[in-house]
Design a protein around this ligand. Structure first.
Ligand code: SF4
Length: 391
């Protein structure tokens, strides 16, 4: 039997995600808005259709609508402080030309703080404005090493089950939960394997292609379709040894891409310089390896997200990527929207500098093009290329 191509599966996944949300609403099925690192497996095992406003904000930014939507959000007094994903989401209420007709109204909201505190404020505002029940999960950092904290997280996951049961009357299906966890684990492992293809020169997938392949692990993790997609992508990009050759200077992009740019990273790269990895795409590779118990596996996976790690763990990890991927220079995106992600840039550059690895900072925003100066970024990257040539 001929395998479906990754492109076909991705198109189906994307379309089905939006169509199913609209259909679920029409049929009166429960819909949750959830933050990027919420334990989606529990919700799916309880018959809840989950939608990610952050992922939708990315779609709006890539459709070049972010600026108008942010202005429409009527939150201008907060614009300098709040994350542009949240402003885009607030803008959906007052904006008519929404991609895919917008997201259906949710019946419940699930927010976590394992990426930032902004999501809590954002979802609290949504809950208050629309009178929608909200469940918040607190993930203390470094819980992995401390049994009492793991227990604390596990109890919150169990409370989430009770909360969803109160909202929907649906029990949890243990078999679906186990399948979801197994699929999530496989998806993360395959995603990591796909990245590892780029340890070789020439690379197999450009950083831009990796960014464009992110949607299933964000919005469909836990499903069989997401597993099939990454298996197909891995299969299609196997290295061919006869083509191996020494390539360009290998660069790491640290942090968020710029969703409003057609190629997601500001340009001026040629055969001499190539972004081989954006570490942001690996932030989605969660560790579900904690035994056979699904609740344990989720406790480990969701408490140990990149943005929730202690600073030294983040620096060690990025440094290990620099070694593994033979990186010759690092471009750090100082993303105005994300204070949590901004915090590690200065210490990371100090760490890299001790090893004589050149780095620069590019200032912009992941979704709001109003904070992007093409000329300023071009000049910054041009001067970085000069530094790299001289080093
Ligand atoms: S971009 Fe940063 S601030 Fe915005 S939701 Fe994501 S983690 Fe939070």
């Amino acid at each position: 039997m001929k395998l479906e191509s990754s492109k076909t599966i991705l198109t189906k996944l994307f379309t089905e995600y939006y169509l199913t949300g609209t259909q679920a609403k029409k049929e009166g099925k429960p819909i949750a808005f959830i933050t990027a690192f919420a334990p989606v497996e529990i919700l799916r095992a309880m018959g809840v259709f989950c939608m990610y406003p952050e992922s939708y904000a990315v779609v709006c930014a890539a459709s070049k609508k972010a600026s108008e939507m942010i202005h429409a959000s009527r939150m201008s007094s907060f614009t300098q402080d709040l994350c542009s994903y949240s402003l885009i989401d607030f803008g959906t209420e007052h904006y008519e030309r929404l991609p895919y007709g917008g997201l259906p109204d949710p019946d419940m909201l699930i927010a976590t703080n394992n990426q930032c505190g902004t999501t809590l404020l954002w979802f609290k505002l949504l809950s208050k404005k629309k009178n929608i029940p909200l469940f918040i999960i607190d993930y203390p950092a470094a819980a992995d090493d401390r049994p009492a904290l793991r227990q604390y997280i596990r109890r919150q996951h169990e409370s989430l089950v009770e909360f969803v049961q109160q909202q929907t009357s649906n029990p949890i299906d243990d078999q679906i939960l186990s399948e979801q966890i197994a699929n999530s684990k496989k998806t993360c492992q395959t995603w990591k394997n796909i990245h590892e293809l780029n340890k070789q020169s020439p690379i197999r997938l450009s950083a831009n292609k990796l960014i464009n392949a992110l949607f299933p692990i964000v919005a469909a993790k836990g499903t069989k379709s997401a597993c099939d997609y990454y298996e197909a992508l891995l299969h299609e990009n196997q290295p061919s040894p006869e083509n191996e050759s020494k390539g360009a200077t290998r660069l790491l992009w640290h942090g968020y891409p710029m969703w409003f740019l057609a190629k997601k990273f500001p340009g001026c790269f040629d055969t001499d310089f190539q972004i081989v990895l954006d570490d942001y795409t690996l932030w989605w590779d969660l560790d579900y390896s904690s035994g056979a118990d699904p609740m344990e596996a989720m406790t480990k996976a969701y408490s140990s997200t990149y943005l929730n790690w202690p600073l030294n763990q983040k620096l060690d990890w990025v440094e290990s990527l620099v070694d593994e991927y033979a990186i010759g220079g690092v471009i750090c995106h100082a993303n105005r929207s994300c204070r949590r992600a901004l915090a590690d840039i200065v210490p990371l550059r100090k760490r890299l500098s001790k090893r004589n690895i050149p780095s620069i900072i590019v200032e912009s925003d992941m979704a709001n093009p109003d904070f992007y100066s093409k000329e300023q970024v071009r000049l910054r990257i041009e001067s970085f290329r000069e530094t790299l040539r001289a080093s």
